[in-house]
Write a protein that binds this ligand. Structure first.
Ligand code: ADP
Length: 164
């Protein structure tokens, strides 16, 4: 059985992420979406539990996709799934440089671990979690940026942040 791991910080999950997850689920038998605690992105908008809940609701329509979380290194996490391939989305050259570096680090820890990249769909190349967070802070409409199921969660959280 082929297994893919789609890692990310998903702060919050966007339609760009979901597009990569959906396409990955058509190629692999089993897909594990892993919400990573990213030390390089220190003050997340959502807790791991909130992100897990939102990702679970967003992917519930895909039967071969499951959701997990990890606060460790991706290469260590991946060892529990024998033969698993990491699948990531690439939006721009800047994504490529970062991902190339991450891949080299992962290979040092786990030489057998392979990473595959899917190019972002044209309509989502501009979309990132930080764009969503910023739009939410200004009270903008998030339709078409994130899954409909989680729009209320983001708006509620943004409202609380605005009132702090
Ligand atoms: P972000 O860069 O938005 O904070 P993550 O760290 O959660 O996102 O990214 C997880 C993965 O999803 C990365 O491989 C990233 O390149 C990919 N990704 C993020 N946004 C998009 C998008 N709009 N289209 C395709 N892939 C994306």
């Amino acid at each position: 059985m082929s297994i893919a791991i789609c890692p990310g910080s998903f702060d919050p999950i966007t339609l760009g992420h979901l597009n990569i997850i959906r396409r990955t689920s058509r190629i692999f038998d089993r897909v594990v979406v892993c919400v990573m605690h990213n030390a390089a992105k220190p003050s997340p908008m959502f807790t791991i539990e909130e992100k897990l809940d939102m990702v679970r609701r967003a992917v519930s329509r895909y039967p071969n996709v499951e959701v997990d979380s990890s606060s460790g290194l991706l290469a260590e996490y991946a060892k529990q799934y024998e033969g698993a391939v990491i699948v990531k989305g690439l939006r721009a050259a800047s994504d490529f440089e970062y991902e190339f570096q991450m891949n080299l680090i992962n290979k040092k820890i786990s030489p057998e671990l392979e990473t595959m990249f899917l190019t972002a769909s044209e309509k989502y190349t501009f979309l990132s979690s930080s764009v969503v967070r910023e739009m939410a802070m200004y009270g903008a409409d998030l339709t078409g940026l994130v899954p409909n199921e989680i729009i209320d969660d983001i708006q509620r959280k943004a409202q609380r942040w605005r009132n702090v």
